[in-house]
Design a protein around this ligand. Structure first.
Ligand code: 13P
Ligand code: SF4
Length: 303
């Protein structure tokens, strides 16, 4: 059944000139039919160069918006219109405009998990794989880092020469995992290396052997000579690694590490989206798009 739908999707996307992008948190059967899969940075950079006229993003809304910002000439669809990122919706342009007035000499660094509207008033975007490098490289010495205080705390530690102001945002999926859960996993698998996403709480991150983006975690595990790993990010990463490296063992840090927003997209959604029966085409106001593009261009330039 899954194979049948996958074949239909592959045929339809060729016929209708669609490119399918899938974030690493998608289910395996979606990643198998994607033209490209990867972390949010890789998908953002890739999207602007794909030859197809139409793009389906299997991920969350801010990722589809990022594609539209970078490639306005393409028809960009979010495979399932309910797939938002709660972190991206925590802070809006009005709130951050007020905060900026309180910190006028701070440059605003926005995690890419923000809305297009909020990006219009930020100086530069970062992803989890590029945040440290960009904060180090940018001219500013004072940084207001939004919205994720866990990623912000991790970056601030790696860039001690700069002053950081953090707000109280974060990913509800990663942030809910307490240190106790990780300690239980370490006790159950004492030989395992601990690989975590920087959206986790600092008390979790401090136990990590490696901290990185979803792609960073996968590359580290694949290249490592170690055989066991505790994976501190969405459960899809441990699953994909287990497929890719059957001789190694991957343990999710917690079975609660499931992003219901990412998981709301199904293979059938992709099929229906190709048929114009599901999903949502992304439309952005042109002035907003151009302003938001500035901070994504800066991310690509500095990253
Ligand atoms: P990556 O930048 O690692 O792809 O992460 C995006 C995300 O939403 C993690 O929760
Ligand atoms: Fe957003 Fe967290 Fe889901 Fe990533 S895992 S998409 S940050 S809610």
């Amino acid at each position: 059944m899954i194979k049948d739908i996958q074949s239909k999707i592959k045929k339809l996307k060729e016929e209708k000139d669609f490119c399918i992008l899938a974030h690493s948190y998608m289910a395996q059967e979606i990643k198998e039919i994607a033209d490209f899969k990867g972390d949010s940075y890789a998908l953002a950079v890739k999207s602007k160069d794909v030859p197809q006229k139409n793009v389906i993003m299997c991920g969350v809304r801010f990722m589809a918006e990022t594609v539209k910002i970078l490639a306005p000439e393409k028809n960009v669809y979010l495979a399932n219109s309910v797939a938002g990122c709660p972190m991206a919706e925590q802070m809006d342009r009005d709130v951050i405009s007020i905060v900026k007035e309180q910190y006028p000499d701070y440059a605003v660094v926005a995690y890419i998990n923000t809305t297009a509207s909020l990006k219009t008033i930020c100086d530069v975007c970062v992803t989890s794989s590029s945040a440290v490098k960009i904060c180090k490289k940018m001219d500013a010495d004072k940084i207001l880092f939004i919205p994720d205080c866990n990623l912000g705390a991790y970056v601030a530690k790696q860039v001690p020469e700069k002053e950081f102001k953090l707000l109280n945002g974060g990913c509800p999926t990663h942030a809910k995992i307490a240190e106790k859960k990780l300690l239980e996993a370490i006790e159950a698998h004492p030989d395992a290396k601990v690989l975590v996403h920087p959206e986790c709480q600092p008390d979790v991150v401090k136990h990590a052997d490696y901290v990185g983006s979803t792609s960073g975690i996968m590359n580290f595990a694949k290249e490592s000579s170690d055989k066991e790993f505790i994976i501190g990010t969405e459960i899809a990463i441990a699953e994909e690694l287990q497929y890719a490296c059957p001789d190694k063992k991957f343990y999710p840090m917690s079975k609660e590490l499931i992003c219901s927003n990412m998981k709301s997209t199904t293979l059938m959604d992709v099929y229906h989206c190709l048929n114009g029966e599901c999903g949502e085409e992304i439309h952005l106001d042109e002035e907003e798009r151009v302003k938001a593009k500035h901070c994504i261009d800066e991310m690509i330039r500095l990253g």
